[in-house]
Design a binder for this molecule. Structure first.
Ligand SMILES: Nc1ncnc2c1ncn2[C@@H]1O[C@H](COP(=O)(O)OP(=O)(O)OP(=O)(O)O)[C@@H](O)[C@H]1O
Ligand SMILES: [Mg+2]
Length: 251
């Protein structure tokens, strides 16, 4: 077990941040458990980065750390978004600065319709995507606007979760296993939408067990193993590297 280092290290370097979203020597703990182990990587504006690795590698923990959720606690390193440090920010402040986390459980609010779920996510006055624009992006949601959100199918719930993130004025979309449990035809639909979102200039980190699908969409990939980075490069490099695929992705 490593001891927790000084959390002030690396502050005030935001002006030198090398990319749109820069993670620098980030370390996170759940209580005494050292989980995210000194990781550094960059995400360029408008790209899709696949964050891959086996079960328990630390993918969800990395997304939660970037979104500044309370757990795990980031104890060291820096996170810069568009030259602004997220180090001392709360999850609420990180969200206001443009981080949109779509958690694995999708977190649809019970008792509210599709439209009410979207309205609740919007900041007044709306500065993110308008609800009509979201329905253009996800026609299935438009057709079901009066339906209670939690009665949607799994794929529709995933669409609503992504739409809710877009309803705020986000710069970065953090997706935790959006394809989980979905039929290939629905995955196709969501993938198409993620390409449109990318074309609008939004930067995405895509965590997926379905590495083949994720790599087909992503520009670059970072592979985690036991909380550390074992690969950072282009998606094409991963697809060409049989050893890497077999060892860390089982594909
Ligand atoms: N709340 C928690 N308290 C303590 N340890 C945790 C907690 N959440 C996760 N962990 C541990 O942190 C490590 C990384 O978990 P994480 O959920 O980030 O992995 P993951 O790569 O997302 O895995 P999966 O592919 O199964 O979703 C695991 O060893 C896990 O047991
Ligand atoms: Mg996970």
């Amino acid at each position: 077990m490593n001891t927790k280092p000084d959390a002030s290290h690396g502050k005030n370097l935001a002006a030198n941040a090398p990319a749109f979203l820069s993670i620098w020597e980030m370390e996170s703990y759940y209580g005494e458990s050292y989980i995210v182990q000194n990781i550094s990587f960059n995400v360029h504006e408008g790209e899709i980065l696949a964050l891959l690795g086996r079960n328990g590698a630390g993918k969800t923990s990395t997304l939660r750390s970037i979104a500044r959720m309370d757990d795990p606690q980031v104890t060291h390193g820096e996170i810069w978004l568009d030259h602004v440090s997220l180090h001392d920010k709360s999850s609420y402040e990180a969200a206001q600065l443009g981080i949109g986390l779509v958690p694995e459980d999708r977190s649809i609010i019970a008792g509210l319709t599709v439209e009410e779920n979207l309205q609740l996510a919007q900041i007044a006055p709306p500065i993110g995507w308008s609800i009509e624009r979201l329905y253009e992006l996800f026609p299935r949601l438009g057709e079901r606007r009066k339906q209670e959100g939690i009665t949607l199918s799994g794929g529709e719930q995933q669409m609503l979760a992504i739409a809710r993130a877009l309803a705020r004025d986000i710069k970065v979309l953090l997706l935790d296993e959006p394809y989980e449990g979905l039929a290939p035809v629905i995955v196709d639909e969501i993938e198409k939408t993620l390409r449109i979102i990318k074309a609008q200039g939004i930067t995405t980190i895509l965590v997926e067990q379905n590495a083949v699908r994720a790599l087909a969409l992503a520009d670059r990939a970072v592979i985690l193993d036991t909380g550390g980075i074992v690969f950072d490069g282009s998606a094409a490099e991963v697809l060409e590297n049989e050893e890497l695929r077999a060892e860390y992705l089982a594909i």
